[in-house]
Write a protein that binds this ligand. Sequence first.
Ligand code: ADP
Ligand code: MG
Length: 718
Amino acid sequence: MQRFDVVSAARNWRFDGISWPTPSDVVGEVFASDVLTLDELRQQLSKPTWKSLQATIERGKPVDPAIADTVALAMKTWAMEKGATHYTHWFQPLTGSTAEKHESFVAPTSDGTAISHFSGSELIQGEPDASSFPSGGLRQTFEARGYTAWDPTSPAFIIRHPNGATLCIPTAFASFTGEALDNKTPLLRSTQAVNTAALRALALFGNTTATRVGSTVGAEQEFFLVDEEFAMRRPDLIMTGRSLFGAKPPRGQELEDHYFGSIPTRILTYLTDVEHQLYALGIPIKTRHNEVAPGQYELAPIFEQANIAADHQQLTMQVLRNTARKYGLVCLLHEKPFAGINGSGKHVNWSISTDTGMNLLEPGDTPQENMVFLFFCAAAIRAVDLHQDLLRICVSSASNDHRLGANEAPPAIMSIFLGQELTTVFEQLVKGKPTAKRAAGLLGLGTPVLPHIPLHSGDRNRTSPFAFTGNKFEFRAVGSDQSISFPVTVLNTIMAESIDALASQVEALMKKRKSFEVALQEVLKETYSKHERIIFNGDGYADAWQKEAAKRGLLNLTTAVDALERMVDKKNVKLFSSYKVLNERELEARQEIYFDQYFKKVNIEGETAEWLAQTHILPGVLQSLQQATALTSTGSAGINRRVEKLTALFDDFYEAIERLREQNKELGGDDVHSKSRHMRDNVLPAMNALRKTVDRLERVCAYDHWPLPGYREMLFVK
Ligand code: ADP
Ligand code: MG
């Protein structure tokens, strides 16, 4: 039998020969053991050097070049003690992944020996050959230089492999003209924007103790794990990250038995290994569980400062991918690896808080605290309503299009779930009724043996793209494969603008001799009435919502192409440039790059589908046809019908390949916009039509003749 053997794939995988970390004192010994933490640095540095660096890390003062050599030496010493032989500037180009170019610490001397060397200038700035990273026209090819610049606010760390280790230094990446070529730079700039705006607003409330405000982020990561025995035999999974063909098996997720089910031993062993590595990197992974679809899982960390959370999120994806191999698995981070089965997202939990530990999106116990909360919450409501387009744009990709709007994922329409309790608070405010905090409700569980638990002020709604969950917002439209940096950059920037707008309104009223309390109340009332349409507490998956949202005039940008077209709208250029997050050229460059990625990804899928159909599936179908045809002499009516059926299906299939081939022949014009439209309007429909015929054939052809592992195997053999 030429076909892979499912049973042996399932059976042959063994723990034998794998070594994994022994359970140890995770909190005391392992956690952050491969991170050059602030504490560690302080111990290595002299007091004045430490003070200078601390001013940079904690208060955003520019790095003093005079301390660079000392810090570099401390870093090198620490890293070499940990077994590192190399260092790299670790950065996040606009491909959405991370990049590194390793340099050895070895420096030859004139007497033919070598010493170890790492200078301050090597720490502060690097110059990778940048010509192959996307720049969207920000860097002409004749001036291909790009620079990496040390980000002292994110700690350096060590990445290990079986026979060595590398010191990774988080850096920003920019062109020689200082324009951002990466995801980190705008994120840092947006943090500054939110800091300035929030401090201004807090001063109105008389809060002068806070000296810095930043956003906090915790991103839940969903992913699929598939036995590599199968994944490696699926060229579509390898080339595109998703299955371009595959009939839905009789059993999918209908039984709802996977979600929160007990985690299979092999998977749990893998997850434990992943977590152990992440702990060493100082990444506070907190929860793990089975997700809704068979073969789908989730990891979630405790929240951290946005910049660090974003670095840690990239590392989490990297460790998930790299560790899978060791356990005979392939980790799929694609948003929709299997059609008809739940897709994967990244739920970005986001809030803003002060350096004094005050979460500005957390309702408090006193009327004063609640005023602060209502102000920032109203700012968020206004921000999401005014910038629905940006929230849709920042989660746009070819792969996330398969998920947004599908019936298990948040729709492409942006709206906010506030929960009934909070909605009522705002409505009372508008009506001018007292806004006293609702008497702390108790949720009885209907049995005296269980304690009453306080009713969480944010109840649950999994269908909303942007949900208030008690003390933070959860942005659920983010793709599982995506860097969280741009989504968080957008959240920070639109929030900064809204905070400023509301603060200005309050100040204007106070100039008219209104008291702060009265001014605030008026502004909250007006903001809510104006932007109320963005609140939706109902079922986001229902068709009725599409109609209702249209009535409310909310945007419904169904594809990434529609969304990306709006990226450089005047409003957006103005927003990003006035907050110094992205200038016009930087924004245009991003649009160019996102379109470029879109059309290339779909183009690769189109060609992979055509090629797989021709070289894998077609010969298999012919075998089944031949097998039946050879028996027509028996005169069996059943055999004749099988031949007829297979022939008819084969003709449809062949026709569909031809149509896809026609579309694949051209790219759709000269610029990335028209190419993307061609991919969306012509290539994707041709691929879908082909897929339909192939999936029908998969259910009819002989199992032995089918060349690709099916959903049945991939999702259920663990
Ligand atoms: P739940 O949403 O079920 O209440 P948690 O409160 O544990 O669960 O939060 C889920 C995710 O949200 C976690 O990743 C957590 O770290 C993150 N989170 C919690 N509080 C905040 C916050 N203030 N800012 C950002 N993320 C947060
Ligand atoms: Mg989840």
